[in-house]
Design a protein around this ligand. Structure first.
Ligand SMILES: C[C@@](CO)(OP(=O)(O)O)[C@H](O)COP(=O)(O)OP(=O)(O)OC[C@H]1O[C@@H](n2ccc(N)nc2=O)[C@H](O)[C@@H]1O
Ligand SMILES: Nc1ncnc2c1ncn2[C@@H]1O[C@H](COP(=O)(O)OP(=O)(O)O)[C@@H](O)[C@H]1O
Length: 273
């Protein structure tokens, strides 16, 4: 079975309070971004062990800690799964605020559910996904949502950005999510995100923000430079995604987003949502 785990963008992100479990409560709207990895999951030939092979962007850490294998181990603890062969071709930048690893994990759960006819509901798959990471559950249903608590409880939002031209720029800075959270001071959101997002997209730049952007820009000034370049190129809205370091711009009036003169080592996704 071949699946294409996509990434996500955060439209607004407010870190609202510290939780007793060490995590933070947040409010954000998550939307799918069609920047995709490729993941193949097959039953292993008889008598062979489970394997994961990797190509594409190198993933830090031992392959045994890869979220795809962790997803398999999680289900295997509860169901009599046979050994499998997995291959992940990594395309989505890592430590970018695009949830690439979380998408892989959720798509691995979904693929295993389908391949071995486990008949698990989306709700049950979300419960497994939550155990792999706060972002993972979003990718089970993979539709625009208002996310709150740890970013793993959702309400559907009536937001349709399908077809909107979008440019995503990853400047090559791997910002660890834990480091990013440690630099943010939780506070009450200045705006109600759902109300702000229900207004025309052109108003968002005055009403919606990402708390990580303010906290991280002093350490990584390139984030502000990229955002300014996106606005100068005509973006109606531009922001850091998640805990960075990817910055995106939305260009609702255009068929395709503009090209920016960026260093060759930056990774860029240009297309329509
Ligand atoms: C910031 C966000 C916003 O969408 O995305 P990314 O920038 O990573 O894509 C998410 O909250 C990232 O979720 P995820 O990447 O799954 O984080 P996890 O693996 O669960 O946690 C990594 C670390 O981040 C911190 N963390 C994460 C989520 C949360 N609600 N509060 C936290 O304090 C904790 O220090 C935790 O140890
Ligand atoms: N399949 C995977 N793809 C990407 N990162 C993975 C994967 N499995 C485990 N990881 C680990 O997860 C961390 C980053 O995850 P990722 O979701 O890309 O971050 P972010 O959401 O901040 O962009 C890295 O430290 C990486 O080692």
């Amino acid at each position: 079975m071949l699946v294409f785990p996509n990434a996500k963008l955060n439209l607004g992100l407010y870190v609202t309070s510290q939780r007793p479990d060490g995590f933070r409560n947040l409010e954000s709207v998550f939307v799918p971004l069609p920047w995709c990895d490729a993941l193949e999951v097959l039953p292993a030939p008889a008598g062979t062990d489970t394997t994961l092979t990797l190509t594409g962007i190198p993933i830090p850490g031992e392959p045994t800690t890869n979220l795809c294998l962790r997803a398999y181990e999680l289900l295997k603890a509860d169901f009599a799964l046979p050994a499998i062969r997995m291959h992940l071709h990594k395309v989505v930048p890592i430590g970018a605020g695009l949830g690439g690893g979380s998408g892989d994990a959720a798509f691995a759960l979904r693929a295993l559910n389908d391949l071995f006819t486990l008949n698990l509901s989306a709700e049950t798959l979300e419960a497994y996904a939550r155990r792999l990471g706060s972002d993972c559950a979003f990718f089970i249903r993979n539709q625009p949502v208002f996310a709150y608590e740890k970013g793993d409880v959702f309400e559907l939002v009536a937001l349709n950005l399908t077809g909107t031209a979008c440019l995503v720029i990853y400047p090559g800075l791997h910002i660890s999510t834990a480091e990013a959270y440690s630099r943010v001071h939780p506070r009450t959101p200045r705006h109600d995100l759902r109300t702000a997002l229900s207004q025309p997209l052109e108003t968002w730049r005055h009403t919606i923000s990402n708390d990580f952007e303010e906290a991280l820009t002093p350490y990584y000034p390139v984030l502000a430079d990229l955002k300014a370049q996106l606005y100068a190129a005509g973006a109606a809205y531009a922001s850091l995604s998640g805990s960075g370091s990817a910055v995106y711009g939305l260009f609702p009036g255009l068929e395709i987003p503009p090209q920016l003169p960026l260093p060759a080592e930056y990774q860029v996704w240009a297309g329509r949502l």
